[in-house]
Structure formats: C-alpha cells, structure tokens
Design a protein around this ligand. Structure first.
Ligand SMILES: *Cc1c(COP(=O)(O)O)cnc(C)c1O
Length: 426
C-alpha cells in the first residue's frame, strides 16, 4: 500500500536533497517513508497510494478552514483569471492590509512579503535600523525562520553570544544574537542588565509552536514587555504560527501584551505564500521607500496570494469562529489525555484556539530543555501507530498540532479511538 510512496520517495531523492523541499517532511526523526500527498479536502488528505488521513498538520498551520474551502477556492480562481503577478500595486493589497490592521490593534501599518522567514528577517533589520542598535535576543526553542542571524544556539554564558546551528553561518554573523532560556525571568533580567543599552529587540513566540506547544508564563511575557520599554528595545512577537490561529487577535490578544512589531504568516496566506510584518507608523515609516531600512520583494503582495488570504480572514472573522474551533481542539486534547491515562501512559496536553501540543511527559514543560526530555522512541511508535490508522500528526515530537474548522466531532472521536488503541501498545 505504501509502495507508491516509497517509489516516489526514491525518485524524489534522486533529484531533490533528501527528497523534500523542507527537512521535517522527510520523516527523519520518526523513520519510515514520507507520504506523498495527492489531494486534500476538508480535514482529510489522500496520499499517492489512495490512503486517507485525518490531517492535524494543516500545512503546518495555514489551513485553518480545512482544505479546499469553497469561498477561498472561488476567490483564488477569480484572482488567477485576472493575472498571476503584476509587480505593481493592487487594491487587494490595501484590502488585506486593512483587514489585518482591523484585527491587530498593535499594528498601524503592515508590509506584505512571501514567507515567514522573510518577514522575521525584515522585522529584525527594521528593529536594528529603527533603534540604531546591534544586539538581538531570542529564546531557545523558538523558531523564526532560517535567516542567518537566527540560526543560533546559546553560547556558554550570558556574556558570550550565540553559536551557529547551521553550517554556512559564520560565527561573526550571530555574534550579536543572544540566546536565552524561555520562561527564565532571572536570565532575561541579567541579559538586560549586561547588554540593555545595545539590545535592538527581543523576538519571541509568545505561545511557542516550534518546541511543540509551550506558553510564555504571564510573568515572563510581562517582563519581556517591561524590560524592552525600560531599555528602549523593541518587543517583536513572532506570530507566524499563532496569528489568527490561537485566536482572532493572536497570542498578543490571549496574553494581553502589546508588542512593538508583529510578524505574521501561515494563516494570513490561507495556504498561499504570504507573510507580513507590522507595527506603529513611526517605526514602519523607517522602511524603504520612506526610510533608510531597505526591504523589497518581486512577488510581495502577490494578487493570488492576497485573494487567498483575504477570503480566509473573512471566514475566521465570523462571530463564534474561534469558540467553535477551540471547543473541538479542547475535546481532542481532553480525549487524548483520558485515553493515555487509561493506558497508564504519562501524558500532558495544552491547546489554544486551533493549536495544540501534547507530550509523553507527566507535566507540561516550560522550556526547550524539558521538551526534549520527552521519550522519542515512544513518540515515534505513537506517530506510526496513528499514521497506520489514518491519523496524520506532525512527524517530530517538537512540533505543535493544528485543528481546522473542517474537523467534525466524528473526526476527533475517530482520532481519540485510534490513539486509545496505540497507547495500549506503548
Ligand atoms: C513557520 C514559522 C516561521 C517561518 O515561516 P516560513 O514561511 O516557513 O518561512 C517563522 N516563525 C514562526 C513562529 C513559524 O512558525
């Protein structure tokens, strides 16, 4: 049954490094053969062998309405007929900018780009340009795309800056990136005491979705805000994953914290290549062509992508959307927790809006180090057990999961039953 996938994987590996265009898709962490997806509809995807899966990846977040939502498909088809790309401004870019600003009160202006990586990288340059400072603070386990300065792990102490996590990134390129432990208030305070005068920004996933699912504690988020304000640094919320995913106003709405800059992606493109960054007018007007901070893009504000994003935002802004979505996600998290408890498997889970995380740990972790103490072999058995039963979760224990509006109670129920079977075998 998976022979077709294996054949495609062999063919792919001959022409694409590792057979994939983004590493996690290769199933390296969990082993086995990646499924090559042929089509998707609603909460389901079908692989090249015709096997159906309930999809809890949702293209890693964008597909909040499920696959092939009729209003979105129609908007995209209409846009395609009008033209793919003009390299000139369009009214639809204004409409999308207005729609984003209406939902994100911390943003007065926004610039559209094509990927989260590009948006985070540009926000960083803007923060440095606007403050005239060099240093940036990030947290271990948070992912902000693959710009050189952000591919970094903690150095040996607070006085030393980070070390590159990728070959091809010279140490000099990350010498201004300070990597701190997530949710560690004392370390953050110490870093500001030492370097505060030269910190351009603190960049954070306020609900982290790239070390599975870990919330910033209210105290930690508040101290990030206070210390940035006190030292003249900008607070940058990377909401590429959480924006319009954990709630209509993102993680900043959930936590009640106003960042200076916000980075968006994933849901705002509805599955098309689209991302954005924005903030107060005075900071955003530092960007070219008005200001000295250069930033540009051939396909930025692409007319098809903006049509897809606009149609998606229109659906999620309907009253009650997140209440219904949250209830489904909670039902899934609760059901999994009970199934694990019945089988005596250590388990904890958390969720917000349409995003969830679970751990084969008795308690929810607060930082990357603890996340990585999860039992990898057990997770891999769970992953393959679910996949064999037609349930597709992220193929790595450090990834979050996503529920869409298209998931029905039956899909959630079938998922919990499949998990119940697998938990008994762990
Ligand atoms: C996915 C993600 C990115 C990178 O976005 P791409 O579109 O993959 O470049 C950046 N930050 C966060 C928080 C993300 O989840």
């Amino acid at each position: 049954m998976t022979d077709t996938n294996q054949q495609l994987f062999d063919r792919a590996r001959a022409v694409i490094p590792g057979g994939v265009n983004s590493p996690v898709r290769a199933f390296r962490a969990v082993g086995g053969t990646p499924r090559f997806i042929a089509r998707a509809q609603g909460p389901y995807m079908w692989d090249a062998a015709g096997q159906r899966y309930i999809d809890y990846i949702g293209s890693w977040g964008p597909m909040i309405l499920g696959h092939g939502h009729p209003a979105v498909v129609e908007a995209v088809q209409r846009a395609v007929a009008e033209g793919f790309s003009f390299g000139a401004p369009t009214e639809r870019e204004i409409e999308l900018a207005e729609a984003i600003l209406a939902l994100m009160p911390s943003m007065e202006m926004v610039r559209l780009v094509s990927s989260g990586t590009e948006a985070a990288m540009s926000a960083l340059r803007l923060a440095r340009g606007a403050t005239g400072r060099r240093h940036i603070v990030k947290f271990e386990g948070c992912y902000h795309g693959h710009a050189d300065a952000l591919l970094v792990k903690a150095g040996s102490g607070l006085a030393t800056f980070g070390n590159p996590t990728s070959a091809g990134v010279p140490a000099e390129v990350v010498q201004h990136t300070l990597v701190l432990e997530y949710n560690n208030v004392a370390q953050l305070e110490e870093a500001f005491a030492l370097h505060g005068h030269d910190i351009a920004c603190v960049m954070i996933e306020a609900i982290a979705g790239n070390m599975n699912f870990v919330r910033a504690t209210p105290e930690f988020a508040r101290r990030c805000r206070e210390l940035c304000t006190q030292h003249g640094a900008l607070l940058v919320f990377d909401e590429v994953m959480t924006g319009f995913r954990v709630g209509l106003h993102g993680a900043q709405g959930v936590l009640g914290i106003t960042p200076d800059l916000t980075v968006l992606g994933k849901v705002i493109g509805g599955g098309m290549p689209l991302a954005a960054f924005g903030g107060p007018r005075a900071i955003m007007e530092q960007l070219a062509p008005l200001g000295p901070v250069y930033q540009a893009g051939t396909l930025s504000g692409n007319p098809v992508a903006t049509a897809c994003g606009l149609a998606t935002l229109k659906e999620i802004a309907r009253p009650g959307f997140y209440e219904t979505l949250s209830a489904k996600t909670r039902a899934l998290a609760e059901g999994l927790r009970h199934a694990a408890a019945d089988a005596g498997v250590p388990f904890s889970a958390d969720c917000e809006g349409g995003m969830f995380g679970f751990f084969l740990l008795p308690q929810l972790p607060q930082n990357y180090g603890t996340v990585m103490t999860s039992d990898g072999a057990r997770f891999n058995a769970l992953f393959h057990g679910l996949l064999d039963r037609g349930v597709y979760i992220a193929p790595a224990l450090y990834e979050a999961g996503f529920v869409s509006a298209a998931h029905a109670a039956d899909d959630i129920g079938a998922t919990i039953e499949a998990a119940r079977e697998v938990f008994r075998t762990l």
